[in-house]
Design a protein around this ligand. Structure first.
Ligand code: FES
Length: 396
């Protein structure tokens, strides 16, 4: 006799916040986010390390726009990397005159600060086209050893907003020592951001990370997402279990998570760093616009910027920061170069890179821990940022 059919399992729903989740859900519930394959405008983004740019022009792609970065004395300038004559990249150009770059093909010469066509080497000093056109320029600032580029329309009267607006204040206001990695990886920036804030992946994907020889990955329960100072913070109200996975977690004796605030460990983080203590972050992992993750360990903070390159690539800027000086700072730098750079910023986050590259959503079917992802998407819809168009910008 045919077996009785089992009742269909109750549908899994994501608790607030977030729209109802259905099988095969697309992203129509998050239209701004859905359209942002190339990221958002009106933000400063970290790009390459400042020391990578000298006299020689360096091409980058940011939010779908090709940009050439050139050092001009003390400052670095950014121009649209496309000569308006025949479309040759200016990053192949030469530095014939101070403060300019000349296209390698026919010598159209552009002012680095203004982007204006100042001379046409092959058409003589009276060339009628001079001053009549130019290429778009991009504000560039140097902070934390990185070149920050502003994507957005700039009011000529007021200029862009200060770059400090888009850098966490603790990184501006304090003496610090940092180690970092900066590379372009496969995958869309949204998958990278979601992966970073994704509660479920930390419980499983990173089980096999060598980093866990040194840091137990705790598993929390009762997740809430709270908003604090522009950050979405993942708060877990109780420790659920302590890395009871097969693997390496048990070998460690570093119960660092005991210094993360929990109801049974109220208040500050015990013997944590005073700068981190003063931030009073209610949880361990936070995310904010336009795609920045902050993971606050008791004694250091790890940051990841997910910078849109194009629809299929993301610049992954990782900084590990300690707010220390003197010998402690030196010791940290040495430890970073000898171990953390390979263990944490290498093998650990390459696991993330792997998953970001192979994620293929939507359609998608979400489950309870995806609360962190849907909260992030909903936050984007509330902020309603300007979406970067997918067409390339052409010079003026
Ligand atoms: Fe640049 Fe001709 S293509 S000068």
């Amino acid at each position: 006799a045919p077996r009785a059919r089992r009742a269909a399992p109750a549908p899994t729903t994501v608790t607030e916040p977030g729209p109802p989740v259905q099988d095969g859900a697309d992203w129509s519930g998050w239209p701004t986010y859905d359209a942002a394959a190339h990221g958002f405008r009106d933000y400063w983004y970290p790009t390459i390390w400042a020391h990578e740019v000298g006299e020689k022009p360096v091409p980058i792609t940011l939010a779908g726009e090709r940009i050439v970065l050139v050092r001009d004395g003390e400052v670095v300038r950014g121009l649209h990397d496309r000569c308006p004559h025949r479309g040759v990249p200016l990053s192949h150009g030469r530095r014939e005159f101070p403060g300019t770059i000349s296209c390698a093909y026919h010598g159209w010469t552009f002012g680095l600060e203004t982007g204006r066509l100042d001379a046409v080497i092959t058409d003589g000093p009276e060339s009628p086209i001079c001053g009549k056109l130019g290429v778009a320029t991009y504000p560039v600032e140097e902070r934390l050893g990185l070149l920050w580029v502003y994507i957005g329309d700039v009011d000529p009267e007021t200029g862009p907003p200060p770059v400090e607006r888009d850098i966490p204040a603790e990184l501006i206001d304090n003496t610090l020592v940092l180690g970092g990695r900066n590379d372009v990886r496969e995958g869309n920036w949204r998958f990278a951001t979601e992966n970073g804030f994704d509660e479920g992946h930390a419980k499983y994907l990173h089980n096999t990370a060598l980093w866990r020889l040194f840091k137990v990955m705790p598993t929390w329960n009762k997740t809430r997402i709270v908003e604090k100072d522009g950050w979405l913070v993942r708060v877990q109200d109780e420790l659920f279990w302590e890395a009871e996975f097969p693997g390496v977690g048990k070998f460690t004796n570093k119960r660092w998570w005991k210094r993360i605030p929990l109801p049974d460990h109220p208040g500050k983080n015990g013997n944590a760093n005073p700068v981190i203590d003063a931030l009073d972050i209610p949880g361990f992992v936070s995310v904010r616009m336009p795609g920045l993750l902050r993971v606050a360990y008791p004694k250091f903070i790890h940051y990841e910027w997910y910078v849109p390159v194009d629809a299929d690539h993301v610049r992954y800027v990782q900084l590990m920061v300690r707010f220390e000086t003197g010998l402690t700072a030196l010791a940290f730098k040495a430890k970073y170069l000898a171990a953390f750079r390979w263990l944490f910023h290498g093998q650990f986050t390459r696991q993330d890179a792997w998953m970001v590259n192979v994620t293929d959503a939507p359609p998608e079917r979400l489950y309870r821990p995806d609360l962190s992802i849907t909260a992030w998407r909903r936050h984007v819809e509330q902020v309603k940022p300007v979406v970067q168009p997918t067409e390339k910008r052409i010079g003026h």
